[in-house]
Unconditional design. Sequence first.
Length: 96
Amino acid sequence: RDRTAEINKLKDEEQRLLDRLRDFEIEKEKAAAENGTLNVSDDDLIEINVGGKIIAAKRGTLCQWEGTRLEALFSGRWDKKLVRDSNGRMFLDLNG
């Protein structure tokens, strides 16, 4: 009997977590629609002005470590909010 009650508690907690994850994904998509670009690909070539030095990398390379700042920054979700140089490249100020 105790085991059944524990299993039911675990199932309820699992459902609660799944609901939270779904809500989080909805919010993430909403933020991407408002602040970024939805149609992105791992094959997109991104040019970045890093303190005056221009580098280029595929989006997938920059986003390969999920949950990191790099992944969040270059995922496309924040493209409209990023600082850009006069040529439209993403600008990262290493001195600031």
